[in-house]
Design a protein around this ligand. Structure first.
Ligand code: NAD
Ligand code: MG
Length: 382
């Protein structure tokens, strides 16, 4: 039996993880957690009867307890960061699905690894900002750290069976987002609705916005560096607008192996949960007679500077990736609250990075301190 704990069970990745669990009889949910969606987590608790469930905020936790009073479930209700850590470390879990959004996932993920749990990992902001702490810990604790992000799962799948030192280049594909053909002037007029209208994938609001600025691709380059232990110069981003190729690896002999499929996150989620086994997954299959062509383009780096800014932050290292990520998290949240324009997101990241003095090899507390400073700074900018 696979005992699964989910950080962020009410989100896009979280709910799709629960769909995978429903389709696999040997999977059981032992812990759940949500930010604020009390109605959905209540339903999930009644369906999956986990040992523990977490919600953000004391009032919400009290209300959830009250709602469950008459029910037969024995789920312990916890809250806040302590609650998230309890969900991440619950004794019976063998794998934790990190499907929470943002660098708030750092502490729960670190605690889960310390407790010896395998991780099915979607929460990229955590690896971008604390990869230097997390990857050595993964090695020390000898846990599996399995990518769920579609590109990284694709790369991981392409790497199966390789020989040591055989990789020449990691080729991360990008859809290019909804504004792939826009000019800088057009970007100034983008609305929230435009930004949330991704051409190929249906995802949470934050990552959908990140896909439109290409911040997401930048975060993914840093994520790939940590997951696959490669230099930034050995990672290339290629636009593949149809999202048929999920990513590729080029080997030393020139061979390129790609992973293709329909855009369905349940595949990388299930593969992380059943690795190294591949199982039946219901859903649409690629029909190459209908596709007829697969297009590629270069990234328009002048129109979407966020990608190069992320790579620069990654290369600079230390606290700089935290600055890139925290400025983005704060600015995206302002954008989604209709307080700043779309182009202000990347402007805010740029301003924060330009004034930051890097601290090398920061401790967890130092990472979180820089996050706080940057969040305050972004609020002051507008
Ligand atoms: P989402 O917004 O749909 O869900 C986020 C989850 O985190 C929700 O359950 C929410 O309740 C929870 N959460 C948010 N803030 C919280 C807080 N303060 N305390 C406790 N819980 C909190 O996001 P998503 O699209 O599912 O993305 C989740 C992560 O996976 C992100 O890091 C994203 O980059 C990554 N990812 C998502 C996709 C996708 O297809 N959605 C693909 C690749 C990677
Ligand atoms: Mg991705």
């Amino acid at each position: 039996m696979k005992n699964i704990s989910i950080l962020g069970s009410t989100g896009s990745i979280g709910t799709q993880t629960l769909e995978v669990v429903r389709n696999n009889e040997d999977m059981r949910v032992v812990a759940l957690s949500a930010g604020s969606n009390i109605d959905l987590i209540e339903k999930q608790i009644l369906e999956f009867e986990p040992e523990v469930a977490c919600i953000n905020g004391k009032d919400k936790a009290l209300e959830l307890k009250k709602r469950l009073e008459g029910a037969s479930v024995k789920t312990e209700i916890v809250e806040g960061m302590e609650g998230l850590i309890e969900v991440a470390t619950v004794e019976s879990a063998n794998i934790v699905v990190a499907a929470i959004v943002g660098m708030i996932g750092i502490r729960p993920v670190i605690h889960a690894i310390e407790a010896g749990k395998d991780i099915a990992f979607a929460n990229k902001e955590t690896l971008v900002t604390a990869g230097h702490i997390i990857m050595p810990l993964v090695k020390k604790k000898q846990v599996h750290f399995l990518p769920v992000d579609s590109e990284h799962s694709a790369i991981f799948q392409c790497l199966q069976g390789r020989s040591e030192g055989a990789v020449e280049k990691i080729l991360i594909t990008a859809s290019g987002g909804p504004f792939r053909n826009y000019d800088p002037e057009d970007l100034k007029r983008v609305t929230i609705e435009d930004a949330l209208n991704h051409p190929n994938w249906s995802m949470g609001r934050k990552i959908t916005t990140d896909s439109a600025t290409l911040v997401n691709k930048g975060l993914e380059v840093i994520e790939a560096k940590w997951l696959f232990n490669v230099d930034y110069d050995d990672i290339e981003v290629v636009v593949q607008p149809q999202s048929i190729i999920h990513s590729m690896v080029r080997f030393k002999d020139g061979a390129v192996i790609a992973q293709l499929g329909t855009p369905d996150m349940k595949l990388p989620i299930q593969y992380a949960l059943t690795y190294p086994e591949r199982r039946y997954l219901p859903g649409e299959r690629l029909d190459f007679k209908k596709i007829s062509e697969i297009k590629f383009e270069d990234v328009r780096r002048d129109v979407f500077p966020a990608l190069d800014m992320a790579i620069a932050a990654g290369k600079a290292g230390g606290t700089m990736p935290t600055v890139f990520n925290a400025a983005n998290e704060a600015a995206v949240s302002l954008f989604l609250d209709n307080k700043i324009s779309f182009t202000s997101i990347v402007d805010a990241i740029d301003k924060c990075m330009k004034t930051h003095i890097i601290k090398e090899n920061p401790s967890l507390d130092e990472v979180l301190e820089v996050e706080k400073e940057v969040r305050t700074k972004v609020l002051e900018l507008f």
